[in-house]
Design a protein around this ligand. Sequence first.
Ligand code: SF4
Ligand code: SF4
Length: 183
Amino acid sequence: MINPKNVKRIARIREEENSAFRAFLKEDANQELFDKKVNLLHRELFANYDCSKCRNCCKEFYGSIPVEDIEQDAKYLKMVAEEFKRKFLQQDENEEGFSTRHKPCDFLQPDGNCLLGECRPRSCKEYPHTDKPGRIESLLSMLENAEICPVVYEIIERLKQDPDYEAFDKKYVEKFRKMMRQW
Ligand code: SF4
Ligand code: SF4
């Protein structure tokens, strides 16, 4: 697996190829089969990966705390809700929820654990969402996440080698490049 420190740089080198792969999948891939493949890779790769050695997702994003989590999170940290908000949170621009004051997320601990433990937000528990259905529609965000998450990066690299997608090759990348120039 790629070193988390290098994932952004290497994924950016592959940006054009990955965009071409996205166009190829949108044209060609069966959605159900694609979801199955991504889900399988997700389970296989995360089963053998220690996220506490990476935590790029906690470093690259502000923590997003839903309003309904605030009471339980404050209680977990033995605080009252107002104190918890004052210490850790700021209101989102759309005023629908809260995010942490800083990036990396304020709850990220030096050992790679989350201060909120099992109370951490559902969106954090479910990131990078590669075990969810509808991956063809979410390909753009999957490619964005490939610049953050080593597992997503690896999933995409393995999919490019999948025999079912062997029609994706250098010629397709060239075709995609020409198409982009015409736009
Ligand atoms: S989910 Fe991805 S980005 Fe987050 S810690 Fe695990 S491997 Fe790293
Ligand atoms: S709340 Fe916890 S899991 Fe979520 S981004 Fe912050 S440190 Fe990471």
